[in-house]
Design a protein around this ligand. Sequence first.
Ligand SMILES: C[S@@+](CC[C@H](N)C(=O)[O-])C[C@H]1O[C@@H](n2cnc3c(N)ncnc32)[C@H](O)[C@@H]1O
Length: 696
Amino acid sequence: MGRRAKTKQGDPAPFVDGPGPSAKKLGKRKAEDEGPAKASVSVKKQKADGGKPVKGRSTEDVNVKAKKSKGAAETKKSASKSAKGKRKPVDEAEEMEDAAGSTEGWEDVDDGVDLKAAKKSLFHDSDDDDVGVIGDLDDLEMDDDDELMDDDLLRGNVQELDLGSDSDEESEPAPVRLKGKKSKQAARPAKIIPTGSDASSSNEDDEASDDEPITMANMEARSRALDAKAIRDAALDIEEMQAAEREGAEGDDDFDGEEDEEGEAEEDEEGFSLPSAAEREEEMAAGGPQFGAKGRPRSEYVAQLIADIANYYGYNDFLTEKLFQLFPVSEAIEFFEANEVPRPVTIRTNTLRTRRRDLAQALINRGVNLEPIGKWTNVGLQIFESSVPVGATPEYLAGHYMLQAASSFLPVIALGPQPGERVLDMASAPGGKTTHMAALMENTGVVFANDANKARTKSLTANVHRLGCKNVVVCSYDGREFPKVMGGFDRVLLDAPCSGTGVISKDASVKTNKSERDFTLLSHLQKQLILCAIDSVSPDSKTGGYLVYSTCSVTVDENEAVVDYALRKRPNVKLVDTGLSFGKPGYTSYRGKNFDPKVNLTRRFYPHMHNMDGFFVAKFKVEKRTKVEKREEASVGVNGEVLPVEVNGERFAFNDEEDRPYLEESKRKSLKAKGIRVRPRTQSKPTAALVLEATA
Ligand SMILES: C[S@@+](CC[C@H](N)C(=O)[O-])C[C@H]1O[C@@H](n2cnc3c(N)ncnc32)[C@H](O)[C@@H]1O
């Protein structure tokens, strides 16, 4: 059983503008980043807390606790703030601005607003009649970050949510209600939160907990702490081995068994003896240097660590390895750990209905404790605590805001739709990004909001109405039918169906229900969709000619590999800068596979680094095709074409015959979703016939 099943989640950490995590803690990758926030997570810190986050306690609190021994006074101050009731958000926002020496990020709040007069309203019992997601997920069980925010969050107190259970899409939505005054979130620190991998604080706590006698009450916690320590130690072992390997490679000249003047092998301070030439020969004969216990190669340690992570966090082995491979060892642990912590609750101001400062004031008046998300968005607000259900306030019902993950703002910001344009949102339900685009376009031009899953277009339509978008046309086609259905768009957003490995903190089922085949099929679908998306963009557009491809997944097969594939298949497109001020550059090479160097213009976002859902954004400019360009003909239809795909770095082509049942099943579901009657499985027709039926 995974760790999630054993623990309740703590409260989310805030987004904090500023430099990314220190190089010391997260290595070079992090030092380069200037993310807006840092997830405050750590296996080490959890050890001090018995190996699990305490319910109702934020990660900041965990860190505050870490500091307690050093600064009890500071913590008391926070606690007294909390005891007095809700904090004064704007005062605190001002404090933060002062600290940052800037007023950006809160620029649209009236300075003179008397927020002390803010009063609490009671909406605890209001029913949210917003339309939740109805019906099944699409064929490939797409994960949908926005939906989880705007629909799933409506089903209960976010802090009480059992994130380990599958969301029930049919269930009656319940209003979101964050914790009220009692929430320990009020004690959160206002600055960048030190990572839990802070060795000094962790050690203090380690010692304290080890000294305690073992009792029935603390036994379980201690056991979890030991598990966490084992994983951490294994990670450190592997890092040491990697360092030793690197040193070995670099210092080969010094490491050839040369003896010093006395004829003895060099010894380090701890009495380590370098192997003699004979020993090394023996070692090489046995298959190369062995680390750790004699006869145990590094790969065994890595395999053991992966198995431990899978067991501890409750992932299947395949996905654990896939995710583990994305990062250096210690960062991988941070990633897995961050997936155990909910991301901050965020809302997007609907500028078609209100301004952020007015919305902020209205919500503050209702007892909501909030702040701007960061300088990179002028419409986002982060909710820290609320005495009212934020999914059922009058402002929510009147469409003044959308409950939306911060990461979901990114592709729309990158796309930058302009007033008067013609835009396609190829996979749009439940409409978080569609409604954002409609607002940026000031309700002018037209947004075609498409989704293959007809059932999901109901929540899309409901959101379009609630937010007052008048320039949206909802339609339901398989995205691969574009541009045949319609083309010539100024801009296209393909927020592709994906595995959801970036939103594991919201949907823990991803940990166990994704297999290698899922990733192969998803990558295949994404490649088909991206070519159709490219072909739907008008290269003649006077104002645009752009495509943004995004996913809420962190795997390379669903991101860089898809982008690279599109670049190879469509010589008339090029990658351009996303315009996003933070995020890690995409991989240009991964596990022996090299991508187009321009893939470094794409951006990756991580829970452990940016305190937002894992996300990927790529922006393309579509240009006219020239005659000289020899278009590598892509097989993008739905009738079982051969497409090269990557699985674990290896290329192979789809076998039409083998895949036919999957393709047919997929088509069948798609037709059913459109309300078209399909024959029972036993009498299913060949795929080609099904396609004809679909287009008839
Ligand atoms: C990540 S979600 C989209 C979230 C949406 N963009 C938003 O911001 O609210 C992916 C969507 O793709 C849809 N989908 C799956 N396969 C599709 C296809 N072949 N064509 C079009 N849409 C598809 C799913 O029904 C799902 O709603």
